[in-house]
Design a protein around this ligand. Structure first.
Ligand code: PMP
Length: 458
C-alpha cells in the first residue's frame, strides 16, 4: 500500500469540522427539499418513499435527470454517480430507452401474459451468464427470495448460509446479519442476528452466517449441519460494504464446499450483474454458480428482477415443484426496457467505456492518496467502484465495521457540495457509472476528492 501518514488528533478534529461545515453548506443549498420533506411528512410515513432515502444530513428531492446528470428541486446539477442505488448504467433519458418505452406504452403496459421481448431478454441473459433458464420478477428482493425458495424446494432442506454484511433485499430469510453491530459474536463464527424489527428469530434461525473470504469457517458450518443445508447465497463481490473483492480461489472454494455437501450456490448479482462486466461478476471472475439473481441495472430504470439457473435447478420450476409467480413478472414495459438495455446499450463497447472512466477515477484518486499520504484505496469493477478509507485491505464485514464513518461522510459531502451525487451511506455504497458519463464527469470526481484531501491535510 502507498505511503500512509497516520491521523493525528488535529487531523481528526479537522475531520469533524469538515463534516459540520459540509452539512451546513449542504442544507443551505437545499431549502426547497426541506420544504418538500415538511409537506411529505403529512402523507408519506417519515416523509419518504423508502426508509433508505432518509440519509444525513437531509433527504434530497429531485426534479429530473438528463444524460449523466441529475437535478435537485433547488436547481442544483450533479454528475450522477448515485445511479439510483446502482440502477443507472444507461444514464437518464437514453434515446434507446425512450424509444423502447414510447413504442410499448400505447400498445399496452400490462397483460400478465408473456410478450416476445421476454424470450429475447432471457436469451441475452443466458448468453451473458452461461445459465440456460430464466424467470423474471420485479425487484432484487423478489429475485433473492425466489432463489432461497428454490434451493429449499430442490434439496428439500431448510437451512441456508449467507455471508455476514451482505444485503440481499428485505425478506425475512436474508434480513440477517446485514448491518448489525451488536451481539454479532466472534469474527470467525458470527452469530446470525435479525436485521431490523419485524423479522422473527424463528425464521432467521434457519439462516447460518459466515464471514466473507473465509473457507475454513464455511467448511465448519457445513460440517456441523450434515445434510441440512439447502444452499448458500452471496454477493460474489461484496457491494453493500463499499466494494470488497473475493480473494484468489475463494469463490471456487465456496462452490466446491457447497457442492460437496449436496447444496446449491446462488450468486446475488443484483448490484454486480450487468455492471461489473458483460457477464457480470460470474463472467468476470469465471466461477459459475447454480443460480444468479439480477435486478437494478438490467431494467434500464424500470422495476425489474430475474433469476437464472442450471437445467437441474430451473427445471424444478418447469416441472411445477416450485411455483415461481407474480402478477407483474415479465411485465411488457420492463421487458421492452430490458431488451433495449441489454441488446442496444450495454453492449461490449459499454464496458470498455466504463473501464476507461473508472481508470481516470481510480488512477486520479490513487495519485491524490499518494500525494496527501492518505490511508485509503480505490477499487473498481466495470461501472462500480469506491474509495475505502483504510490503510489496509478490507477483507470482510468486520474490517468494514472498523472503518471510521466520518471519512466517507466527509468525502460524500465534499462530492455533493462539489456537484457529484454519490449514493448516501458513504462507506456502505459505491459509485455507478453510465454509458452517458464523460471523462469530464470522471475528472470532476477526482477534483472533488483532491479538494477533500487538501482540506484534511491543511
Ligand atoms: N441484493 C443486493 C446485492 C442489493 O444491493 C439489493 C438492493 N440494494 C437487493 C438485493 C434488493 O434489491 P431491491 O431493492 O430491488 O429489492
Amino acid at each position: 500500500m502507498e505511503t500512509v501518514r497516520g491521523w493525528t488528533e488535529e487531523d481528526l478534529r479537522r475531520l469533524d469540522e469538515i463534516v459540520v461545515e459540509g452539512e451546513r453548506r449542504f442544507k443551505e443549498r437545499q431549502p426547497r427539499s426541506r420544504a418538500l420533506i415538511g409537506e411529505a411528512t403529512l402523507v408519506l410515513a417519515g416523509g419518504a418513499t423508502s426508509s433508505w432515502q432518509i440519509a444525513r444530513p437531509q433527504m434530497v428531492w429531485l426534479s429530473h435527470g438528463e444524460g449523466s446528470r441529475i437535478f435537485d428541486v433547488d436547481g442544483g446539477e450533479y454528475v450522477d454517480l448515485h445511479g439510483g442505488y446502482g440502477v443507472g448504467a444507461v444514464g437518464h433519458g437514453h434515446p434507446k430507452i425512450v424509444e423502447a418505452i414510447a413504442r410499448r406504452v400505447p400498445r399496452g403496459t400490462h397483460f400478465a401474459q408473456p410478450t416476445e421481448d421476454a424470450i429475447v431478454v432471457a436469451d441475452e441473459l443466458a448468453g451473458r451468464f452461461g445459465l440456460p433458464l430464466w424467470r423474471f420478477s420485479n425487484s432484487g428482493t423478489e429475485a433473492t427470495m425466489d432463489a432461497v425458495h428454490l434451493v429449499r424446494a430442490v434439496t428439500e432442506r431448510d437451512l441456508i448460509v449467507k455471508v455476514e454484511g451482505c444485503y440481499h433485499g428485505h425478506h425475512d430469510s436474508l434480513m440477517v446479519s446485514v448491518s448489525n453491530e451488536e451481539e454479532i459474536g466472534p469474527a470467525e463464527r458470527p452469530v446470525g442476528v435479525p436485521s431490523g424489527a419485524g423479522i422473527p428469530r424463528a425464521i432467521t434461525d434457519l439462516t447460518l452466517v459466515v464471514p466473507y473470504n473465509d473457507l475454513d469457517a464455511l467448511e465448519k458450518v457445513f460440517a456441523e449441519h450434515p445434510g441440512e443445508i439447502a444452499g448458500m447465497i452471496l454477493e460474489p463481490i461484496m457491494m453493500n460494504a463499499g466494494v470488497i473483492a473475493p480473494e484468489q480461489g475463494y469463490l471456487e472454494g465456496v462452490r466446491e464446499v457447497v457442492h460437496a455437501h449436496g447444496a446449491l450456490l446462488a450468486f446475488d448479482e443484483v448490484k454486480c450483474g450487468v455492471t461489473t462486466s458483460y457477464g457480470g461478476a460470474t463472467g468476470y471472475l469465471g466461477v459459475r454458480p447454480d443460480m444468479v439473481c439480477l435486478a437494478k441495472a438490467m431494467g434500464g430504470g424500470v422495476p425489474c428482477g430475474a433469476i437464472g439457473g442450471t437445467e437441474e435447478v430451473m427445471g424444478r420450476i418447469a416441472d411445477g415443484t416450485y411455483e415461481q409467480v407474480g402478477t407483474f413478472n415479465g411485465n411488457p414495459l420492463t421487458m421492452a426496457a430490458a431488451r433495449a438495455t441489454l441488446t442496444e446499450i450495454l453492449t461490449p463497447g459499454a464496458y470498455e467505456h466504463f473501464d476507461r472512466l473508472a481508470g481516470i477515477m481510480v488512477e486520479g484518486s490513487r495519485a491524490v492518496i499518494e500525494a496527501y499520504e492518505l490511508a485509503a484505496y480505490p477499487l473498481s469493477f466495470g461501472a462500480k467502484g469506491s474509495i475505502t478509507f483504510s490503510g489496509s485491505k478490507v477483507r470482510n464485514y468486520r474490517d468494514f465495521l472498523a472503518l471510521d464513518d466520518r471519512f466517507s461522510q466527509a468525502h460524500w459531502l465534499f462530492q455533493h457540495n462539489g456537484g457529484v451525487f454519490l449514493p448516501p451511506w458513504g462507506k456502505a455504497e459505491q459509485w455507478t457509472l453510465s454509458v452517458q458519463h464523460s471523462e469530464d464527469d470522471a475528472r470532476r470526481f477526482v477534483d472533488n476528492f483532491e479538494a477533500f484531501a487538501r482540506a484534511l491535510r491543511r
